[in-house]
Design a protein around this ligand. Sequence first.
Ligand code: THU
Length: 131
Amino acid sequence: MSLFDSARQVRENAYAPYSNFQVGAAIRTKAGDVFSGCNVENVAYPEGTCAEAGAVAAMVAAGQGDIAEILVLAESEVPITPCGGCRQKIAEFGTPDTVIISANPREVVGRTTLGALLPSSFTSAHLDGAS
Ligand code: THU
């Protein structure tokens, strides 16, 4: 299944009764497999999770850890991009070249890279030398 179809399909299962903003995300790993996730909100609002976090968790649960590209899909006038926290989550398993694609349920509307969205990010290199 394509990244687009995977994200569009999983978005149907998004649990977003508070924001009514349903999001689907699909990751293609360097191994070529696709993992998807949707946002899951909670009545205790900060406990909600983003679609990208779900897709990352599914990828890791399957024993994989190298993100080649991720597509995020929502009904939005402005092309959706991962929130700041999710950019950091993607960085854990990606590189500055990791492709980030924005889509609505009808078409792809944007394409960028993690390096463009999260420059000068915190990495394990910053931990090196810590006592
Ligand atoms: N959301 C995502 O799932 N991914 C994003 O990239 C942005 C925001 C969710 C979180 C919340 O459930 C809803 O969209 C509104 O912020």
